[in-house]
Design a protein around this ligand. Structure first.
Ligand code: ADP
Length: 190
């Protein structure tokens, strides 16, 4: 299996690159953000529990993310592997992922970090706000999401740095250039 985690601040281009990675490698896609938005749209108990948290730009609790991951991971032996987008996002979630993949007798090949300066992130998210319809794409909530990222998500980098599994990619290049670097990283990590 090829298991990849795509990591980066909100607005760094993870969604765009995910589509390209999925097309090329035929992986199963797990985006915790997409799953949570789906749960909210369907007004499930989990969706109702996270709605206001997401709308104010905070992270969902690790317990909720645990439920999301456990109910969406298909331990199907035929799967070529999994692309994780937006997970793990806290230190506790890193251990959750290790455990989960361990039980499936596999491991994470690499974490790809899309690095983009903050001013550009704000510009992109405000631009996206005009078309996305996402209630968390507005300036106050964007600032809160960036704060959460600095406080809770940046430590994830250290976790994978220590394990030699993180690869930094400059997210200011073109979509094609970034994707080509990502494919190089994946080939090296196989
Ligand atoms: P972005 O990367 O642009 O912030 P996502 O779609 O990945 O967007 O996530 C949207 C929101 O969903 C986050 O701001 C957070 O509230 C919640 N969320 C998604 N994934 C996680 C996670 N792994 N842990 C906690 N909260 C999460």
């Amino acid at each position: 299996m090829i298991n990849i985690a795509l990591f980066g601040p909100p607005g760094s281009g993870k969604g765009t690159q995910s589509k390209l990675i999925l097309e090329k490698y035929g992986l199963t896609y797990i985006s915790t953000g997409d799953i949570l938005r789906q749960e909210i749209a369907e007004a499930t108990p989990l969706g109702l529990a996270v709605k206001s948290i997401i709308e104010r730009g905070a992270l969902a609790s690790d317990e909720i993310i645990m439920q999301v991951i456990e109910s969406h991971i298909n331990t199907d032996a035929l799967s070529k592997g999994i692309l994780f987008d937006g997970f793990p996002r806290t230190n506790a979630q890193c251990y959750m992922l290790e455990d989960l993949l361990g039980k499936m007798d596999t491991a994470l090949n690499c974490m790809i970090f899309l690095d983009v300066p903050e001013a550009e992130l704000c510009r992109r998210m405000l631009e996206r706000a005009r078309t996305s319809g996402r209630s968390d794409d507005n300036i106050d909530v964007i600032n809160r999401r960036l704060e959460e990222y600095h406080q809770k998500t940046l430590p994830v980098i250290d976790f994978y740095e220590e394990r030699g599994k993180i690869f930094h990619i400059d997210g200011m290049n073109s979509v094609e250039e970034i994707f080509s670097k990502i494919t190089d990283v994946i080939s090296k990590s196989l």
